[in-house]
Design a protein around this ligand. Structure first.
Ligand code: XBP
Ligand code: MG
Length: 254
């Protein structure tokens, strides 16, 4: 077993609760901007999350939930334009500071950085969205804390495919057993486990019912010293908030 050298974080749902009040809102703003009568309420959005990637999600919506919309050869271009508008709305929203990091995330990343742990991101979201979240919710300049940001269309097959994690591992030149992954969803853990990464799950409202078989541990969030996490599955090794000591123990346990 290699020593623990790197932490690889998913973004949406893991670092911050971005989906319901961030991405969903931005998609709706883009639809309005294009005079479309499409509207994604919270419940419908939960179903649409089955497909990762904003462009792919819109295509899935037309295929399964808005079959009356007349698609033609210009539809892929419309989806690309809508996605660009959605990214603009989303990054503008993040710049207002509307979406904070989840409990314990900033503390853990700061501790990891102080202890020279290597950091990376593996996400299906657009690179500009990652930068916007890190710069506005973590700290100005914090994008630089991550030696690899694997995001968006960098690999053709998005999560649940393992490709994005495999790409990040290759860039860092590390084996999977020297790293831990952090995820929040079924598609996320399928991807990280596909790359043979031990995975820590923090659930959110959209993913609490997901199947997390094989996760190292499933928590409600990372916890803080004054407000511990709830353990939903797995061994917390006696810790009440996620810190590097806990991660070392998870990493070295069978
Ligand atoms: C994130 C996603 C993304 C975002 C939208 O999944 O599914 O599609 O919702 O991002 P994960 P874009 O957390 O598993 O990476 O619109 O930029 O594609
Ligand atoms: Mg996620």
């Amino acid at each position: 077993m290699s020593k623990l050298e790197a932490l690889i974080f998913d973004v949406d749902g893991t670092l911050a609760d971005t989906e319901r009040d961030g991405h969903r809102v931005a998609f709706n703003q883009a639809f309005e901007e294009y005079d479309l009568d499409w509207y994604w309420d919270e419940e419908l959005y939960g179903k649409l999350l089955a497909v990762t990637g904003g462009k792919e999600r819109m295509a899935y919506y037309l295929e399964k939930f808005n079959t009356a919309y007349p698609q033609n050869e210009t539809t892929p271009e419309l989806i690309r334009e809508l996605h660009a508008a959605k990214t603009r709305h989303y990054t503008e929203l993040l710049a207002t500071g509307a979406i904070p990091l989840r409990p314990g995330v900033k503390r853990l990343i700061t501790e990891a950085r102080d202890k020279n742990m290597r950091l990376a991101v593996a996400t299906t979201t657009t690179p500009a969205n990652v930068t916007a979240l890190l710069e506005h919710a973590l700290a100005p300049g914090s994008t630089e804390w991550f030696e690899v940001i694997a995001a968006g269309d960098i690999v053709p097959a998005k999560k649940p495919a393992a490709d994005i994690y495999t790409w990040a591992l290759e860039k860092m030149n590390l084996p999977a057993d020297a790293c831990l992954a952090f995820e929040d969803s079924r598609n996320g853990i399928l991807s990280s486990q596909g790359a043979r990464l031990k995975t820590i799950i923090t659930v959110n409202g959209y993913t609490e019912q997901d199947n997390f078989d094989g996760a190292a541990i499933v928590l409600d969030n990372m916890g803080e010293p004054d407000q511990g996490f709830k353990t939903l599955a797995g061994d917390n090794h006696g810790f009440s908030y996620v810190n590097l000591d806990m991660l070392e123990q998870i990493h070295s346990s069978a």
